[in-house]
Design a protein around this ligand. Structure first.
Ligand SMILES: O=C(O)c1ccccc1NCC(=O)[C@H](O)[C@H](O)COP(=O)(O)O
Length: 216
């Protein structure tokens, strides 16, 4: 089994970016405006952090925009390597994003709720570079689009991984105590985490080290 790549999300400063990279992160998540969640930072700061990150480390802009033109406008302020769309696109207009931003990778988040999530992931996988499975709930009055600290049904995640032909990131409540089981169950291309490696909202080098050690 190949060791998954790790994306550390909710990065909130240049120092946190450096800590995550030094511990082995292959990608960093930079959270733009969201209806809820602990990891949001301003677009100017996202731009500043992204500028300091060397290749081949990827920088993901997390956007809650759902119209292609708004996603493009958000991206243009921050210039990351990748856009992570955390809500469903209103129309499946990925082609407009491809045409306008041909050099940018697209990752679509699917919040794993039920068998409908499997169908959604399979359909969307035709248009993007990777799928990221998370534990939010876009159906709430105040949408929950990530950073929940909760796991979801990994049997569905495994079903999705087997059904799609593009890389899959697993997110949602991953920590040092469940990461081995997550890897063995889902066999994802990548892992994504936020809450479990933080103390009082700050990235905690000790927790980060323990997470990477627990991956094996
Ligand atoms: O952290 C946030 O504020 C957030 C809000 C809305 C969408 C995503 C958000 N966080 C980024 C992530 O993608 C998390 O890494 C992912 O949801 C896993 O978080 P966790 O369960 O806390 O490990």
């Amino acid at each position: 089994m190949t060791r998954p790549r790790v994306k550390i999300c909710c990065i909130s400063s240049v120092e946190e970016a450096k800590i995550a990279i030094d511990h082995g992160a292959a990608a960093l998540g930079l959270v733009g405006h969201m209806p809820s969640g602990p990891g949001v930072i301003g677009d100017e700061l996202i731009y500043q952090i992204a500028q300091t990150v060397p290749p081949p480390i990827a920088t993901f802009l997390l956007t809650s925009e759902t119209k292609p033109q708004d996603i493009i406008a958000h991206y243009q302020k921050v210039q990351t390597t990748t856009i992570q769309i955390v809500d469903a696109l209103e129309q499946r207009e990925y082609q407009m994003l491809r045409d306008e931003l041909p050099h940018v990778k697209l990752v679509q988040v699917i919040h794993v709720i039920d068998e409908g999530s499997v169908r959604e992931a399979v359909e969307v996988s035709r248009f993007v570079d990777a799928i990221l499975l998370d534990s939010g709930n876009p159906n709430l009055a105040i949408k929950e689009l990530g950073g929940t600290g909760r796991t979801h049904n990994w049997a569905l995640s495994k079903e999705i991984r087997k059904a799609i032909a593009i890389p899959l990131f697993l997110a949602g409540g991953l920590n040092k105590d469940n990461v081995r089981q997550a890897i063995e169950t889902v066999e994802p291309f990548g892992l994504d985490l936020c809450s479990s490696v933080r103390t009082d909202g700050r990235l905690d080098p000790q927790k980060l080290g323990a997470f990477f050690a627990a991956m094996g």
